[in-house]
Design a protein around this ligand. Structure first.
Ligand code: ES4
Ligand code: ZN
Length: 319
């Protein structure tokens, strides 16, 4: 496996069914079933929302700092084995605070997992706080304010959850505050929403990367902008198949067209416990089903480092 950076993964989306069950038992929480295979049999999705409903249900098992530590540690060990040298991990703080968990518990567990994983494998990792778009703009601003005591424990903000009906324009205040704090800014856009959501993320939120961005391909002017400014797109092939945001066959994915347009595309796992695999599984799938050349795979890996928020000198050491 090539050395890569992973820039689009939700740490909560790496919560494997086996760990859901183990944490439910540890915390005395009821589940519809304590059989991981049966839990996983419900992972059949028709769209983004049908996934999010199950994803948020499962996250009720995360209660303590140790739970967040175990979640982060499992991903970072698996990612290091997959060739990931740099991980920029999304986390959904609002999901946990809504479940009654204090921000210090979430930060404490995830930050400790990163420190121990770096010591064990050399992997470089940082956190990006994602706002849940379905909770609206005021909640996002409030959430960022509540996270500022932990400002040194995350490098940026993102925007995730239900896309349709929750355009980037609702989040100008929180992203403005993030910019003033010197935080990096990214947003999911063009996954289910149209090219207009990508334009808004760029023009109104000042994002430095677009997460997914597949539907940008419907707008030639937008493609030209993304190419000319080399704005990174973090594409998630197996996620797109699982959530039906791409044609049913991976062979028909837009990835080769995106590369042909000269876009700065990288490959990412999104929610690896739900969509059929980790970043190495995504690379393996596109290699075989899209017949990518070694040069194209090398470019995708190179793009992942180029697109990361690591300082140049640190990128060189990991490539
Ligand atoms: C997500 Cl695939 C996806 N899209 C939007 N929000 C998310 N949260 C977790 N996975
Ligand atoms: Zn995502």
């Amino acid at each position: 496996m090539l050395p890569v950076a992973e820039l689009h993964m939700h740490i909560e989306g790496s919560l494997e069914a086996e760990l859901v069950v183990a944490l439910a038992r540890r915390n005395g929480i009821d589940l519809p079933t304590f059989d991981p295979a049966e839990l996983k049999s419900r992972y059949r999705f028709t769209d983004l929302q049908s996934f999010l409903d199950i994803y948020y249900d499962n996250l009720a098992v995360l209660r303590t700092k140790e739970d967040f530590y175990d979640l982060g540690s499992a991903y970072l060990a698996r990612a290091a084995a997959a060739g990931v040298r740099r991980a920029e991990m999304f986390f959904d703080l609002q999901t946990h605070t809504q479940n009654g968990i204090a921000p210090a518990t979430v930060f404490g567990g995830l930050t400790a997992a990163i420190a121990d994983a770096t010591a064990a494998t050399g992997i470089s990792a940082d956190l990006i706080l994602c706002f849940l778009r379905h909770l609206g703009g005021d909640a996002a601003t409030e959430t960022l304010r509540s996270a500022l005591p932990f400002r040194d424990q995350f490098i940026g903000v993102g925007l995730d959850s239900s896309e349709l009906g929750f355009p980037p324009s609702l989040f100008t205040e929180s992203f403005g505050l993030a910019a003033a704090e010197g935080l990096h800014r990214v947003a999911h856009a063009g996954e289910e929403g149209g090219p207009d959501y990508v334009w808004e993320a760029l023009d109104l939120l000042g994002v430095e990367r677009i997460d997914h961005g597949n539907r940008a391909m419907e707008d030639a002017d937008l493609v030209a902008r993304l190419r000319d400014e080399q704005i990174p797109l973090t594409v998630c092939p197996l996620s797109n198949i699982a959530l039906k945001t791409a044609p049913p066959e991976l062979a028909d994915h837009l990835l080769p067209a995106m590369l042909a347009e000269g876009l700065l595309v990288s490959i990412n796992s999104d929610d690896p416990a739900y969509f059929g695999g980790y970043v190495d599984d995504n690379y393996a799938a596109i290699e075989t089903q899209l017949s990518l050349t070694p040069a194209q795979l090398g470019l995708l890996a190179e793009n992942s480092f180029t697109s990361s928020f690591l300082p140049e000198a640190e990128k060189e050491a990991l490539r």
